[in-house]
Design a protein around this ligand. Structure first.
Ligand SMILES: [Zn+2]
Length: 94
């Protein structure tokens, strides 16, 4: 992934989000009566609390995608791998 500001190559990594993330629209803290909302997919209940992200060390920008569970994807891959192994085991028996 390229940085949208300086177009340098971004570094892939994980962002720990222990309490989940809140989003408050606008730039004034506590102003405008705007309520902070939960960012979907960042809450850490029942799953590892980290999100896939990209970091630009040149202009100090971090991007991450929310609403998509890195853990769920990994779990699906593990399940698929386990199924493949089970199928291979059955083939070896016959
Ligand atoms: Zn950059």
């Amino acid at each position: 992934m390229r940085c949208p500001e300086c177009h340098a190559l971004m570094e892939e990594g994980l962002l720990p989000v222990s309490e989940g993330l809140l989003w408050s629209k606008g730039r004034v803290v506590g102003g405008g009566g705007g309520m902070a909302e939960d960012v979907p997919g960042t809450h850490a209940v029942m799953r590892p609390n980290r999100m896939a992200g990209w970091r630009c060390r040149k202009c100090h920008l971090i991007l991450f995608r929310y609403g998509e569970s890195w853990d769920t994807d990994k779990k699906a891959q593990m399940l698929a791998a386990a199924e493949n192994q089970a199928e291979e085991a059955v083939e070896e028996e016959s």
